[in-house]
Design a protein around this ligand. Sequence first.
Ligand code: PRT
Ligand code: MG
Length: 213
Amino acid sequence: MSQNLTIALSKGRIFEETLPLLAAAGIEPAENPESSRKLIIATNHEHIRLVIVRATDVPTYVQYGAADFGIAGKDVLIEHGGEGLYQPLDLQIAACKMMVAVRQGFDYAAASRAGNRLRVATKYPNIAAAHFAKKGVHVDIIKLYGSMELAPLVGLSDAIVDLVSTGGTLKANGLQAVEHIEDISSRLVVNKAALKTKHALLEPIIQAFASAI
Ligand code: PRT
Ligand code: MG
């Protein structure tokens, strides 16, 4: 019986930075998801296909076995919890930093003293809560789904917890990074059951990725 492989990827930077890794494993997508509206993309291998999902949904597809493996940011994996996922490789792609940022001129040192209460807007409530708990700072976490940079500008929060790569977005919005939480990059995530049942198919791909990093 010939087995099929399904790979979950998100559009944008992860897809772009994964292409060379796929190429190293001899896998070429038949279409570009940026220009195609298809959510299932064939490859040059009849038994290998890609599914295009939101970055935050990649661990879920892999956890439930709807995809055999995928690529997800460490930010997304920490928030998801990693249940049912084997994480064999840090692919060192889509690198950035999880940071605390505030309005320029805001006295973060005073506002974040142990015992104080800080309002923090973020897409990453688990990461933010763990970070401030470790510092002994009480926080009210406000969950957002995007454009975190706006929150301190309109008085929704004192601070944000967000990803920073060039720093351009913070700067353009009069914000500054004040604390480093975590270095972030993307990981290969494999469904734990598939790792056993499809080992012969998966192993060479994992090896090819590992040597291409
Ligand atoms: O966009 P969508 O809501 O669908 O989902 P997403 O934003 O989670 O997906 P995507 O494709 O934007 O990001 C996928 C993964 O890329 C994330 O999970 C991270 O692991 C990683 N990554 C690397 C980043 C960045 N760098 C990054 N800079 N994800 C987001 N950003 C955003 C950041 O949130 C901020 O708004 O870019 C802005 C800051 O960039 P600079 O360069 O201005 O500092
Ligand atoms: Mg995005």
